[in-house]
Design a protein around this ligand. Sequence first.
Ligand SMILES: [Zn+2]
Length: 148
Amino acid sequence: MTVNQWRRLVQKKVNDTVNKEIMEESSQKTKLHNISGANAELKNYLKELTWEKSRTVFEVRTNMLKLNSNYGQRDEKCYIRGKQETTRHIFECEGNTVKGLTLEKYKQMIGKEGPQTDDMNSVSQSAEIIRKKMEERSKIKMILNKYG
Ligand SMILES: [Zn+2]
């Protein structure tokens, strides 16, 4: 997949996710100011993170991190602990030198209405750690594939 195709796919997912969240919000709340409030919150969340970080957050929220298990290969195991390598496992796996992710951070990131503004520093930090962790994992995988 080229970078441009990837960006278009992520952008589409972002729109779908945001629309879905606004629709769900709208169906629960009938007052207009509440709906626009939820909308503003979502926009804030998109505005406050860099492109790279929002992309990472959306990849987590929509199970689009580049893991084989997210792309149809059901039995893909974590190369370190042999557990299934899911999005959640990336937060819980301790087999990296990159630390700082927990199940709580995962829950914070996948919250129904998106990470809230108060937590933005923590979300931003998590996004950075995920990026580093994914880089490290793909390097280790490459070495394992090459040298066994
Ligand atoms: Zn693992």
